[in-house]
Write a protein that binds this ligand. Structure first.
Ligand SMILES: Nc1ncnc2c1ncn2[C@@H]1O[C@H](COP(=O)(O)OP(=O)(O)O)[C@@H](O)[C@H]1O
Ligand SMILES: [Mg+2]
Length: 327
């Protein structure tokens, strides 16, 4: 059984109406940030969620940990639908599932000592005595590589480097001993030179604590290092899912092909053929008809603007939503 199973979830955000719209009685509009997606994450797996900015990755992550409520659909966690949970039940689930925000600086209170930032969740959940909480926090500081813990405990965020702040963010995520962690672009804001260290930390924590990850990143070069499988999103939909090696070596969906060919290649002798995807990502308020990628697709044909392709199984755990593979 999968640890997490998402079934046809949608998240529509209402577009705030101005007075003119109200006067003209214009119909309410929605940003279709996530528009009916399904996927599973096995226990112990790292599933990557990739795609350009604006494709709905962060919203999907926030839905999975129930920071927000889906407009529609189910989120089955350990066999139980958590999509509509509230109050006490939701709080108890939140111990087991954690989310790390993309920007460590803005997600840390600048006036809170990092030891307290990490240990606060214990206090809020009413776990242990003050002394026990401090001990547990020091243990976590060591675990995330902020060592010696005693010298880090009382520091403020501004006294830390970007990489160290990201370590605090992971410390805060693991203090309640979670099972599932959604990590949103964890290395997007850290210096290139320490990206690898943060990814190593993430994988060490996975091993030590038996974690399952949803790893969100627009950077496919990074995802390749840590993910077992990758799901690629475009305008609120999943367009392709496959094992890591398969999707990097042989992407099928034209959007996936475009993303892969845009990954910088260290070898200058290898020439890039086509830098698709061309053009801008359209608005998720009025997404293109049929296949949402059709206006940018180099392989577009008659069927594409008229009919929405389903995400279909091609075997070997591979799924693609594209009319080219519909036979
Ligand atoms: N709270 C919100 N209210 C309105 N629109 C939102 C909100 N959050 C995200 N969006 C919109 O939803 C779409 C997907 O956003 P997001 O999930 O952040 O994508 P990604 O993480 O892939 O960049 C974007 O068009 C974004 O502007
Ligand atoms: Mg995002």
């Amino acid at each position: 059984m999968a640890l997490v199973e998402v079934r046809n979830i949608k998240k529509y955000f209402p577009v705030t109406k101005g007075i003119i719209d109200a006067l003209l009685a214009r119909e309410e509009e929605f940003v279709r940030a996530v528009d009916g997606i399904s996927f599973e994450i096995e226990k112990g797996e790292v599933l990557g969620l990739a795609g350009e900015s604006g494709s709905g990755k962060t919203t999907t992550g926030r839905l999975c940990v129930r920071l927000i409520r889906p407009t529609e659909g189910e989120i089955i966690y350990n066999g139980k639908d958590i999509a509509k949970l509230k109050g006490k039940e939701l709080r108890s689930i939140r111990r087991r599932i954690q989310f790390t925000f993309q920007d460590p600086t803005s997600s840390l209170n600048p006036r809170l000592k990092i030891g307290d930032a990490i240990g606060d969740a214990l206090r809020l959940q009413g776990i242990g005595s003050t002394e026990e909480r401090k001990e547990r926090t020091e243990d976590v500081l060591e675990r995330v590589g902020l060592s010696p813990a005693k010298s880090f405990y009382n520091r403020l965020p501004h006294q830390l480097s970007g990489g160290q702040k990201q370590r605090v963010v992971f410390g805060r995520a693991i203090i309640l001993n979670p099972e599932f962690v959604v990590t949103d672009e964890p290395v997007a804001m850290v210096d290139v030179s320490i990206k690898a260290q943060i990814l190593d930390l993430m994988m060490d924590l996975k091993k030590e604590l038996d974690l399952t990850y949803l790893f969100i990143s627009h950077d496919l070069a990074t995802s390749r290092h840590v993910c077992d499988r990758i799901a690629i999103m475009y305008l609120g939909k999943i367009v392709e899912v496959a094992d890591k090696d398969r999707i990097y070596e042989d992407p099928l969906h034209p959007y996936a092909v475009g993303l892969m060919s845009a990954i910088p290649i260290p070898d200058p002798k290898v020439k890039k053929t086509e830098a698709v995807p061309r053009g801008e990502i359209p608005s998720p308020i009025n997404p293109p008809s049929g296949c949402r990628f059709h206006p940018r697709c180099p392989k577009v044909f008659e069927r594409c603007p008229n009919e929405e392709p389903e995400l279909r199984n091609l075997g070997n755990g591979r799924q693609v939503a594209c009319h080219l593979y519909d036979y």
